[in-house]
Structures are given as structure tokens and as C-alpha cells.
Design a binder for this molecule. Structure first.
Ligand code: GLU
Length: 310
């Protein structure tokens, strides 16, 4: 099959177009169907806009990082034809940048130490127990004070207009009690560092987007555009990650995995495409990428296992 304009676009043309997207997996296990949808959706959106697509490894949560999961993810993605346009960025190499960002936040006078354990704050949003000073002994987490009554409004390209309030979310943790920089801080710092213009990811992260917008605002950073893809759930409606169906896709035929991810994203790939080489599938998918068919769809159900040729 001859290569399309999409795949033939040079790196220079892509970079000139300005769009910079990313896939930012946490290496806490193998790539599964849910993460594949995030990877492929962000890739297609970037390529459709003649943009660059980057892979960032979010390996900050060291207790949960699985040795070599990042390497395996990268290999699986490469088999699927999804390769980063720039060298992979590992968050574990970015600690000084997060420390500097904490310094900027501290200078705003809005950081405060919090002694509450995760258990104490598990039910509902953090009620602000330590806003006037920590209530118990350390070690302390650090939270960013979000003004009471703050409302974050943003337009999600897939999930539509969003409105999230401080009252619903509470104040975000930016450094954890165990001393680790929080995901909410690192993701904002790195999206800015990598000049990401478009964040396309799973809808499980929609609810923490306001935190990221507020942290970015406090750091004086520009917000990216957001598109939250429907969350992949079990055929029976349960959460994917908790069950057998979250099995690694690393062992699947790449064509089957791509085809399945396209179907989950309602891209209606023609059946004749299923047996074609990976490059042809991606080529078709870029040319026919229509995220608008997902508008307002919060979830998408995985197929029954017997429908997959594993
Ligand atoms: N590392 C996060 C995860 O794997 C995703 C971060 C993001 O896309 O913003 O859930």
C-alpha cells in the first residue's frame, strides 16, 4: 500500500504545525486495552493534526513501579507502530524541576503541610482539616490551597463543557507524605516542559483536570487543550483494571490490538483492514480519525473475550 500524506509527513512539517501530543503511562504493569486506547487515541489525534507525539514514562510512584515495565511498554508500542518522536522522558530524571516548581508554589504562600492520612480523607473531598496548621505529627504532605469558591471551567473536546469546583475536589496534594512529588504536580510541570498543546487521555483522569489547571495557574503556565477518551470497561460494565480482561496486550497480534482499540473508539474500521500490516492500519486510522463520534461518551465496553483472537 502506498504511504499516505499522513505517514509521509516529515518531522519538520509536523513540528511546524505546532501540535504536540503525548502518551504518559505509569510503568506499574503491562499495557492493557485501556492504556492502548489512550496511546492510540493520542497518537491519531497528533498525526491527524500533523503534530508530534511523545511518550513520557511517569515513574515517580516508586513503590508501584514494576521493574522493566517501561521497557516492555515501549517494545509493545513499537510493535504497534507507535514510536515517540522525541527521546522518552522519564519523570524520575526530573526531580530538580519538581523541586523548583514547589519553590514557586511555596513563594505564593499557598502551600501548607497536612498530617491527614489517606484513610482519613478517603471518603469525599479533602475538607481542609489542616488548612490552619497540621493537626497531627509528621511526616507531612504538602497541599496547595485553592481559594474557596474556585470554579474551573474548561471545554473538553470529547466530554464537552466541564465545570469542577474547589468544594467538589478539595486542595490537591503536590508532595506526598512519603516525600514523593505528586502526580498532579509532575504532570503539569512536564506537560509544560515538553510544550504539550493537546492532552488526549482516558476519562478516568477527567476528574483531576481542574487540579492540574489550578496548579498550572499557580505556576503561571498556559493550559493545554483536553480531550478525554471514553473509559474502557468490562463487557458487563465493571471497571477494567480490576479483572482478567485487563491482561496485557503485549502478547496479542499487533493488528488485532489496533483493530480492537479502533473499534472501542467507534472508528468503524472496515473488516478488510484487520489482516493488513500495522502501517496500513495506522495509515487508515490517521486519515479517518474522527474523535467527534465519541462526543459525550464517558465509557466504552470491551468486547467479550471470545471475540478476540488472542
Ligand atoms: N500516568 C498517568 C496514568 O498512567 C496518566 C497521566 C496523564 O495522561 O495525564 O494513569
Amino acid at each position: 500500500m502506498k504511504s499516505s500524506t499522513a505517514t509521509a509527513t516529515t518531522d519538520t512539517a509536523r513540528a511546524a504545525a505546532g501540535y504536540r501530543g503525548r502518551f504518559a503511562p505509569s510503568p506499574t504493569g503491562a499495557l492493557h486495552l485501556g492504556s492502548l486506547v489512550a496511546a492510540l487515541g493520542s497518537y491519531l489525534d497528533a498525526r491527524r493534526s500533523q503534530g508530534l507525539w511523545l511518550i513520557r514514562i511517569e515513574d515517580l510512584d516508586t513503590p508501584r513501579v514494576v521493574p522493566d515495565a517501561a521497557g516492555q511498554m515501549r517494545a509493545t508500542l513499537a510493535r504497534l507502530g507507535l514510536c515517540s518522536d522525541e527521546p522518552l522522558l522519564y519523570q524520575s530524571s526530573r526531580l530538580p524541576a519538581y523541586e523548583a516548581a514547589l519553590g514557586v508554589l511555596a513563594a505564593t504562600g499557598r502551600l501548607y503541610p497536612c498530617s491527614c492520612s489517606r484513610r482519613e480523607t478517603a471518603t469525599g473531598p479533602y475538607p481542609g482539616t489542616c488548612r490552619e496548621g497540621p493537626r497531627g505529627p509528621g511526616p507531612y504532605a504538602l497541599r496547595l490551597r485553592i481559594p474557596e469558591g474556585a470554579v474551573a471551567c474548561f471545554q473538553d473536546r470529547i466530554q464537552g463543557p466541564q465545570q469542577q469546583t474547589q468544594q467538589q475536589l478539595g486542595d490537591p496534594i503536590v508532595r506526598r507524605r512519603d516525600g514523593q512529588f505528586a502526580y498532579q504536580l509532575a504532570v503539569v510541570v512536564d506537560d509544560d516542559f515538553q510544550r504539550i498543546t493537546d492532552i488526549v487521555r482516558g476519562a478516568d483522569l477527567l476528574s483531576s483536570t481542574a487540579w492540574q489547571l489550578w496548579i498550572g495557574e499557580a505556576l503561571g503556565l498556559r493550559a493545554a487543550r483536553y480531550a478525554h477518551l471514553p473509559l474502557v470497561i468490562e463487557p458487563d460494565g465493571r471497571k477494567l483494571a480490576k479483572s482478567q480482561r485487563s491482561v496485557a496486550i503485549g502478547g496479542w497480534e499487533p493488528q488485532v490490538a489496533l483493530f480492537e482499540a479502533l473499534r472501542l473508539m467507534r472508528q468503524a474500521p472496515p473488516s478488510g483492514l484487520a489482516g493488513r500490516p500495522v502501517a496500513d492500519i495506522l495509515d487508515w486510522a490517521v486519515r479517518n480519525w474522527r474523535p467527534e463520534v465519541l462526543v459525550g461518551l464517558p465509557e466504552t465496553r470491551a468486547p467479550q473475550p471470545q471475540h478476540l483472537e488472542l
